[in-house]
Design a protein around this ligand. Structure first.
Ligand code: RFL
Ligand code: PHB
Length: 391
């Protein structure tokens, strides 16, 4: 089989890219290792930047998001038992974020792909990418016991942090930058109304907590936990009790608890691989970088990478290599700013096991500055709603 673009991975990066290419009349196949239900079962991101919302509209999949998503004008920081509102809208000249679950977004993209009759191979095993240092790259995979080969012009590696694409690049051609944090997030999803109208990011001596949501009837909460914690040791009651202890008295009283629909522990990591292009192989999304979830940037960066990549491929098939030549540098400028912001938010709001009393006081002073100063609040707000594209 021959196509113009072979996309590896049907997460948000691969699916958005597939949709943008389809709109531009470019042929692509998506190869995904897992089943659609498995992909939809991963409870992940919840917050979209305005530029990601605009991109989904451009891809023609924004209708349900606008109908059911929740536009938020602010977030709250809970510090020392008091909540401080960051007026995202007022501080950024009218920008907002959209609260809409990654699961829903993925479902919309899958539905659009199916409706357009576009080629997607789920449960494609042993995917291998080859000859991407030539003009004739190839991808092969195993499906129902048979090996298939796809010839293409370019390969998009949208296969997440543990995917095969980055791993196929010679070690000498790639530089990795990494920071692993000494804690994780224990997340719980429940069909209970959110504790507040807006997200609450809480810093507390027992550890960070986040009150988020998926809708007016579904909540998503997180607790900072040690990496040695096991999810089986966290009954729902234990989770709710611990969350209440990290909230202010009003939120603790308002918290509606219920049975969990899902509970899981995610480790926190910052990671960037440079560059993002290797001949005819292009990495996008979590395949190239990871952020700790504190800044809500992972899915948004995936969207901004594929925005650049779709434009680059459209230019390439139109006869110009300018877009693909600049792809890596363009992406990385935006990625590093989001990496810096996510690292900063994580350092500021979490308790580290080895922070000495001086550093702790300095962090508290920084938080105090951020909430008290217009410049401090503006910096946070500008980064949270998402920095503009430079092109
Ligand atoms: P994904 O979603 O990991 O998808 C990659 C796909 O590739 C498939 N795959 C393969 N397919 C074929 N062959 C192989 N060898 C393959 N290896 C892997 C996988 O099965 C999968 O389907 O990467 P993508 O598309 O780049 O999307 C990235 C986002 O999923 C991720 O950045 C966000 O979820 C991060 N994130 C958040 N991002 C935000 O913007 N806002 C948030 O509020 C936010 N909250 C979060 C998050 C991530 C979290 N976790 C669990 C890591 C909260 C959490 C708890
Ligand atoms: C979520 O709702 O899952 C979520 C929201 C904001 C974050 C991280 C995760 O910063």
């Amino acid at each position: 089989m021959r196509v113009q673009v072979a996309i590896i991975g049907a997460g948000p990066s691969g699916l958005i890219l597939g949709q943008l290419l389809h709109k531009a009349g470019i042929e692509a196949i998506i190869l995904e290792a897992h089943t659609p239900d498995y992909v939809l079962g991963r409870i992940r991101a919840g917050v979209l930047e305005q530029v990601a919302v605009d991109l989904l509209d451009e891809a023609g999949v924004g209708a349900r998001m606008h109908a059911e998503g929740l536009a938020h004008n602010g977030i709250e920081l809970l510090i020392g038992g008091t909540r401080h509102r960051i007026d995202l809208h007022g501080l950024t000249g009218g920008k907002q974020v959209m609260v809409y679950g990654q699961t829903e977004l993925t479902r919309d993209l899958m539905d659009a792909r199916k409706a357009a009759g576009l080629a997607t191979v789920y449960e494609a095993k042993e995917v291998a990418v080859a000859d991407f240092d030539t003009d004739h790259p190839r991808v092969s995979y195993l499906k129902d016991g048979l090996r298939h080969e796809v010839q293409c012009d370019v390969i998009a590696g949208c296969d997440g942090f543990h995917g095969v694409c980055r791993a196929s690049v010679p070690k000498t051609a790639i530089t990795n930058f990494e920071r692993v944090y000494p804690f994780g997030w224990l997340g719980l999803l429940s069909d209970t109304p959110p504790v507040a109208e807006e997200l609450i990011y809480a810093t507390h001596e027992r550890g960070f907590a986040l009150c988020s949501m998926r809708s007016r009837t579904r909540s998503r909460y997180y607790l900072q936990c040690a990496l040695t914690e096991k999810v089986e040791e966290w009954s729902d009651d234990r989770f709710w009790d611990e969350l209440r202890r990290r909230l202010d008295p009003q939120a603790a009283a308002d918290l509606v608890t219920g049975k969990s629909l899902e509970k899981s522990i995610a480790p926190l990591r910052s990671f960037v691989a440079e560059p993002m292009r290797f001949g005819r192989l292009f990495l996008a999304g979590d395949a190239a970088h990871i952020v700790p979830p504190t800044g809500a940037k992972g899915l948004n960066l995936a969207a901004s990478d594929v925005r650049y990549l779709a434009r680059a491929f459209i230019e390439f098939f139109g006869g110009s290599t300018a877009g693909i030549d600049h792809y890596s540098a363009r992406c990385l400028r935006r990625i590093w700013k989001a990496e810096r912001f996510s690292w900063w938010m994580t350092n500021l709001l979490h308790r580290f096991p080895d922070t000495n009393p001086f550093e702790q006081r300095a962090l508290e002073a920084e938080l105090d500055y951020v909430i008290a100063s217009h410049a401090g609040r503006t910096t946070l707000a500008e980064n949270y709603v998402g920095l503009p594209f430079e092109d």
